[in-house]
Design a protein around this ligand. Structure first.
Ligand code: ACO
Length: 320
């Protein structure tokens, strides 16, 4: 039996930062940011952490699903910005929500983290290794970007999205993932360098680096291919899909993908205007927004797709 998304939740930091506010503190303009990306504002963590937002999103998703924490037997968090190297964000969430029967681990697949997590949960559920899973995408990228680098810092926002997944009659119909590690340098951020008693190294923390044009080309080539593959595996066609929920990196990328898939832009809801790019949190926050706006009806066909550092990508076709 397939795994089905039965509830969603999300959490954004309280502090919203508009393009106009950025104009005052760096050499950029609202016009540049909006025309190149579509982003108007983003939420930036001040009091919040990756774990606190993941917990909030998880609680909302469980409430939406009517699921108790003790029912969960699997928690997966997609993140590249956990608060601690260890324990994992998933273990911290498990403790906070009291999901004592769940196993818990993180996935680092950057902006494709939620799609990778969904695929792992689907496999656990299909093979009987889990019955009820919580998948979260949570990020605080604001601590990993160089606020002096205007070409990256205007793009990202913080936040978390979550979904509860359970075995059901209908649900996830197909999943596609890919990775191209050879292109890792297109979008990267170094962890702590080797540093110990035997190496002299002044430890400096790195920030995120991005070759924007390469990421752009990668996204508009890979995402339509992955979506078509997922549709094919599900035995369906773009016309039958009610909504395509794509990673919210850039409105121009989404418009280009919509054109390649041959579907009207109205089928591609967006929230990047108010959230920016939340990396692994992007797709589940959008899914929760659309769900809570009452746009999804049981039986609707939904396509999800994410892409990001790795390079990684993932797509899913499901019945809501
Ligand atoms: N404000 C004003 N000017 C800026 C800014 C800024 N915030 N950032 C860069 N510029 C300037 C550059 O310095 C450059 O100036 P120059 O021509 O005098 O040298 C000019 O704008 C053009 O810079 P480019 O980098 O060529 O701008 P481009 O048109 O490629 O747009 C962008 C950059 C928006 C990042 C684009 O490449 C893009 O959308 N890439 C896709 C990648 C993406 O969306 N990544 C998000 C994160 S990755 C992920 O989620 C997987």
């Amino acid at each position: 039996m397939p795994a089905r998304i039965v509830g969603t939740g999300s959490c954004l930091p309280v502090r919203a930062v508009s393009n106009q506010e950025l104009e005052k503190i760096m050499d950029t303009t609202d016009e540049w940011i909006r025309s190149r990306t579509g982003i108007c504002k983003r939420h930036i963590a001040v009091e919040e952490t990756t774990t606190s937002m993941a917990v909030e999103a998880a609680k909302k998703a469980m409430e939406n699903a009517g699921t108790e924490a003790k029912e969960l037997d699997l928690i997966i968090v997609g993140t590249v910005s956990g608060d601690m190297c260890f324990p994992s964000t998933a273990c911290q969430v498990q403790a906070e929500i009291g999901a004592e029967h769940a196993i818990a681990f993180d996935i680092n697949a950057a902006c494709a983290g939620f799609l990778y997590g969904l695929a792992v949960a689907d496999a656990y559920i299909k093979t009987g290794m889990a019955q009820t899973a919580l998948i979260i995408g949570a990020e605080t990228l604001s601590k990993m970007i160089d606020w002096k680098d205007r070409s990256t810092c205007v793009l990202f926002g913080d936040g978390a999205g979550a979904a509860v997944v359970k075995k059901d009659e209908v649900g996830i119909e197909s999943l596609v993932q890919g990775a191209d590690g050879a292109k890792g340098s297109v979008l990267n951020c170094h962890n702590r360098p080797v540093n110990n008693l035997f190496v002299k190294n002044s430890v400096e923390l790195d920030f995120a680096h991005m070759n924007g044009q390469e990421v752009y080309k990668f996204a508009i080539r890979t995402v339509p291919e992955a979506v078509f593959k997922a549709l094919d595996k599900a035995g369906t066609e773009p016309d039958n899909v009610n909504y395509f929920l794509l990673h919210q990196a850039n409105i121009r990328i989404i418009e280009s993908i919509a054109k390649k898939i041959g579907q009207p832009i109205e089928k591609f809801p967006t929230n990047l205007q108010k959230c920016g790019n939340i990396s692994a949190g992007s797709v589940p926050v959008l899914l929760d927004n659309v769900n809570r706006e009452g746009k999804l009806r049981r039986g609707d066909k939904i396509a999800l797709a994410g892409f990001g550092a790795g390079l990684t990508w993932g797509a899913a076709v499901l019945t809501w």
